[in-house]
Design a protein around this ligand. Structure first.
Ligand SMILES: Cc1ncc(COP(=O)(O)O)c(C=O)c1O
Length: 364
């Protein structure tokens, strides 16, 4: 007898997330050498992990027989100093993705809704589905969140609004003045989630969302060690909110959700602001390199603000496949209803050059 009929009907309806393809998988499939492939598909750090984090991890190897500190005491202390918020303003997750799941556990269920942009980070919609809440998807203004329309979409049953800034995958940003207008009107019993996974490497001015945390509004700011500090493989992210919200999100958290190595690396990485500055400079330069190439090829693109950008290439899936055959992994955007676009993560100068030359041969 099939066990399927006993599955939670909400879970049954969920389509799993499709991540960027790993280098080894593409190498096996296409018979290529893994070393000959570049992956510009998951907005990872092309500079590797923060060197200070690597040194701290090497030292910590012989302590891995111990369970992690469930309260992340040391990381909490360091991050509290870094941001100037008390330690009880933070919650840690196995990546910031897990924090989105905690928000689902604590606030989303059958009969309530969450408002998001139609082309926002897809995990919000998946989490809504998992918990049986309705995902109210609001059309964008071009490829940017339309905060006015999102405000109008809030209903009596809305518990959460997700604002992804800069938005993955479109790479667009909402401005501080628009966020301020939104925050002036949003009902106070709605939790506003600012997903800022790219905040530190963003080279355009970010809205000051931490000011709403300071004012003790019903807001949580999500950030990650995956992007700016190059620790995506360790899975560590965090949320910043007033203690009342943190305590509600702590309820579904498993005691050892963030492993010891991740805690040690993340704390050390906070001392590596030089690495963050180097990364930001690299992305800004790389963005210019790819932008110039798009202009030369006459391709439409969304001006980048962090470490990824959207390019309109015609048939996005075909171009993704052709690039893959040439050993360059990017992301087709059809799942975001942008079939003509691909998303490219900005790499090192030679990686960007290789992408550009491969793209030129395909689109010419
Ligand atoms: C907007 C956004 N939020 C959250 C995440 C998840 O990041 P993490 O690696 O911290 O789980 C990503 C990852 O790509 C992202 O783009």
């Amino acid at each position: 007898m099939s066990i399927t009929k006993h599955v939670n009907p909400h879970v049954m309806k969920v389509s799993p997330y499709q991540p960027g393809r790993p280098i080894e998988e593409v190498a096996r499939e296409l018979g290529l050498e893994p070393d000959s492939i570049i992956k510009l598909a998951s907005n990872e750090s092309p500079l590797g992990p923060s060197p200070k984090a690597v040194r701290a991890m090497k030292k910590a190897c012989s302590e891995m027989h111990r369970y992690p500190d469930g309260g992340a005491f040391y990381l909490r202390k360091r991050i509290s100093e870094h941001y100037g918020f008390p330690p009880d303003y933070f919650i840690f997750g196995c990546g910031s993705n897990e924090l989105i799941e905690f928000i689902g556990h604590s606030f989303l269920y059958n009969g309530v809704s969450a408002v998001m942009s139609e082309r926002a980070f897809v995990i919000y919609k998946i989490i809504c589905g998992m918990f049986g809440a309705e995902a109210v998807e609001v059309p964008m203004k071009g490829l940017t969140h339309d905060l006015k329309a999102m405000l109008k979409a809030i209903r009596a049953d809305t518990r959460v609004v997700f604002i992804c800034n800069p938005n993955n995958p479109t790479g667009t940003m909402v401005k501080d003045k628009d966020v301020r207008k939104f925050m002036a009107e949003v009902p106070d019993d709605v939790l506003v989630v600012f997903d800022e996974a790219y905040a530190e490497i963003c080279y355009k001015k970010m809205p000051d969302t931490l000011s709403y945390v300071r004012e003790k509004r019903n807001v949580i700011v999500l950030r990650s060690f995956s992007k700016a500090y190059g620790l995506a493989g360790l899975r560590v992210g965090y949320g910043i909110a007033k203690p009342e919200i943190i305590q509600l999100l702590e309820k579904p958290r498993q005691p050892f959700n963030v492993n010891s190595m991740a805690q040690i690396a993340a704390a050390a990485a906070l001392d590596d602001q030089g690495f963050v500055r180097r990364s930001r400079r690299l992305y800004k330069k790389g963005a210019q390199q790819i932008t110039d190439a798009c202009l030369e090829m006459g391709l439409e693109f969304e001006p980048p603000v962090a470490n990824f950008m959207l390019i309109k290439v015609g048939n996005g899936f075909e171009v993704f496949n052709e690039l893959q055959k040439k050993g360059v992994i990017v992301r087709p955007m059809a799942p975001y209803k942008l079939p003509e676009w691909i998303r490219i993560s900005i790499g090192t100068e030679p990686e960007n050059a290789r992408f550009i030359s491969a793209l030129k041969t395909i689109v010419s």
